[in-house]
Design a protein around this ligand. Structure first.
Ligand SMILES: O=C(O)CCC(=O)C(=O)O
Length: 295
């Protein structure tokens, strides 16, 4: 349960550390499950076997689908391939936090994504905002929960955030001009942007955002964020769970890897989008845990 000061800080800055939500043992189980899927690799799922929606090297990769020299492994909807991750979507401290921060009583998963930066060579996740990359849902209000399975710090490529940027509108084109910032030493050197006059925070300050393993960090879908390369001898493994609220509607004009699962009419509530978008919080209560996850 977040307190009023935390909620106010989130609304002011656009991100918040919600504290520890996983025990050492739970982090270990999730790591084991992730490593089992990494060992299979993108081509290791048999016909009919549950599999993630995407499994790729975000850095672009090498020839013939091979990883490039500085990979960032992205696995979208790992929950569809691993019950340990499916259970995490429903974690009451996470869903309750998202409900408090969005002010919504109904929540649904938009999708999840692992970002795995291997030790020594893990690549960069360039500065971006999430919502402009999600053009099939609107409005641009979702909030994400980001949970690392290793202590994420400046050495191994923790996220960086820009306080107040969630109130500056859609600035994805500007952020794309900053794609040359890839290494830790330079990552905070965003240049050439003037925040809107009158914004509560009207200065661009890029801030490293270390998060301990098993803690949850929340960010608004318009908050500027990214993470530089991992040149440390430690991996940086983390999952982001992107949640939608009951106000989310389908926008048929856009494109997104999750669009293949949506059969709705333009403008229909995403609440009707079906089993790839689980309902995890209903009328202010955690719930909906599927039978196969109850023990
Ligand atoms: O894991 C990362 O470094 C980036 C994650 C991200 O961009 C997100 O959660 O929206």
């Amino acid at each position: 349960m977040l307190n009023q000061a935390q909620i106010a800080q989130f609304h002011r800055e656009g991100f918040l550390n919600g504290g520890p939500v996983l025990s050492e043992e739970e982090v270990g189980e999730l790591r084991d499950s992730l490593e089992a899927i990494m060992a299979k690799g993108p081509g290791g799922f048999g016909p009919g076997e549950p599999r993630p929606v995407l499994f790729r090297d975000l850095s672009g990769g090498g020839p013939e689908g091979k990883p490039g020299p500085t990979p960032v492994w992205q696995i979208v909807n790992i929950w569809e391939a691993a019950p340990t991750f499916e259970r995490l979507l429903y974690h009451p401290a996470i869903t309750k936090g998202i409900s408090q921060l969005t002010g919504h009583l109904d929540l649904q998963v938009w999708h999840d994504q692992i970002q795995y930066k291997p030790a020594d060579q893990g690549g960069t996740t360039r500065w971006h905002q999430d919502a402009p990359l999600w053009p099939i849902i609107r409005p641009m209000t979702p909030v994400s929960a980001w949970i690392p399975f290793d202590d994420a710090d400046e050495e191994n490529g923790c996220m960086w955030m820009v306080p107040g940027s969630h109130n500056w509108g859609n600035q994805i084109e500007y952020l794309r001009t900053q794609g040359h910032l890839t290494q830790r030493e330079e990552f905070g050197s965003l240049e050439g942007f003037a925040p809107p006059a009158g914004a509560e925070i009207a200065v661009v300050e890029a801030r490293p955002w270390p998060v301990k393993k098993g803690e949850v960090s929340f960010h608004h879908s318009l908050t500027w964020h990214g993470s530089p390369a991992n040149r440390s001898p430690r991996p940086r493994r983390a999952i982001a769970i992107h949640y939608m609220t009951g106000e989310a509607r389908y926008d048929a004009k856009g494109e997104h890897p999750m669009k293949q699962f949506v059969t709705l009419k333009d403008g229909a509530p995403m609440a009707q989008a079906g089993p790839h978008f689980p309902q995890v919080f209903q009328q202010g209560q955690p719930g909906g845990l599927p039978g196969h996850l109850r023990n």
